[in-house]
Design a binder for this molecule. Sequence first.
Ligand SMILES: NC(=O)C1=CN([C@@H]2O[C@H](COP(=O)(O)OP(=O)(O)OC[C@H]3O[C@@H](n4cnc5c(N)ncnc54)[C@H](OP(=O)(O)O)[C@@H]3O)[C@@H](O)[C@H]2O)C=CC1
Ligand SMILES: O=C(O)CCC(=O)C(=O)O
Length: 433
Amino acid sequence: MASHQRSTPNREPQRSPDENPETALETARRQLARAAEYLEIDDTVLERLRYPGKVHEVTVPLERDDGSVDVFTGYRAQHDSVRGPYKGGLRYHPDVTRDECVGLAMWMTWKCAVMDIPFGGAKGGIVVDPKSLSDDETERLTRRFTQEIRDVIGPNTDIPAPDMGTDPATMAWLMDAYSMQEGETTPGVVTGKPPAVGGSRGREEAPGRSVAIVTRETLDYYDEAIEETTVAVQGFGSVGANAARLLDEWGATVVAISDVNGAVYDPAGIDVAAIPSHDEEPEAVTDNAEGTRITNDELLAVDVDVLVPAAVGNVITEDNADDVRAEYVVEGANGPTTFAGDAILAENGVHVLPDILANAGGVTVSYFEWLQDINRRTWSLDRVQEELEAEMVAAWDAVREEVETRDVTWRDAAYIVALSRISEAHEMRGLWP
Ligand SMILES: NC(=O)C1=CN([C@@H]2O[C@H](COP(=O)(O)OP(=O)(O)OC[C@H]3O[C@@H](n4cnc5c(N)ncnc54)[C@H](OP(=O)(O)O)[C@@H]3O)[C@@H](O)[C@H]2O)C=CC1
Ligand SMILES: O=C(O)CCC(=O)C(=O)O
């Protein structure tokens, strides 16, 4: 094991779920408990799923451009690998915590299962504001972080990918740092790389594309014409910008978008293709989009048909869920709705298409990328988009079937699909070595 790395087995004190209910981990555990009520899952399997398999905490020193040294903390939480290698993104953000990584890793386990992808769930990150780093500093930080987690990642063990604050360039540095240590080029260790170094065409836009596909299928199911639909999107990064642009292309009117500094609202529609995404130019929405300036909180309450929260977690809570006027909430971000907020939306008849389904295009194309890497093949963009379309429609349909047969919410239905597959795999493999 690399120096500075501390692996902690499952030693968390048993706490009531009422304590600290707003964390990603508590929300994930409450959602798990709720979905389990619909299924006959072995208690020991259920208890196991409440905890991560392992959480790795590492110290990452960084030499700044001026020669000074700062020290950052990084995590890799590995939740469950019963269906395949751990899989999930790396987040560079000042609010990254151990518990947040564990909650996000749990969601990855469910997400891969709802898509029927042979991967488990992981998530990691570094507690850092990426905007405070130069490109050279980001590269050095990423290479050192890779060195610290090298022993616990690999193409058959745990395969990282981008998340908030990381991008294809970050993944290329990770792949290079890992490959240098291995002594051979190992593209399958990470996904979301640039196509020049084994990345898949279409990966960057994939989570936004899946948000758009899930929105389209759902509107169609409820007999709503997409051309008559208005949409508000919070966050204009990999997920938000691509979702907004596709929905606009398919005929919807995007009336509100946002970045970290606030939102812009124009009931006549915003030309989303003309606004740079976060990857192209951070904070570009409030600098470029024309319309009325509103806050990110106000965006959640805009009178639209579809609301796509695609930035940070915990934005729809018990305090503001009643203000949501959209009929459909399609979760682009991971965990944008708290457990209490979700209950209010359900009571108000709002259809919530959950994150583990809606933004799963990212990990699905990551799976395609991994297949291309380990088989040394390259797929065309058309093939990636066709296969993503087919996978998303199949997953949406499996969830729709549970919605209809059990008369449950879309979130509960997605959890039922995922948990059935995971618990069956656990029961077949057995708990003990
Ligand atoms: N990237 C991926 O493959 C996937 C990401 N996700 C999830 O989607 C969400 C967004 O990720 P991604 O698009 O990659 O992130 P990016 O870093 O590409 O973009 C994030 C966007 O959100 C804005 N933003 C940041 N903080 C806030 C805030 N507090 N309030 C409102 N807007 C904010 C940013 O604004 P600014 O430009 O001003 O900084 C930017 O527009 C996350 O929850 C992530 O976990 C889910 C599936 C896959
Ligand atoms: O592409 C991946 O492996 C995971 C992306 C991710 O972190 C997510 O879906 O939340």
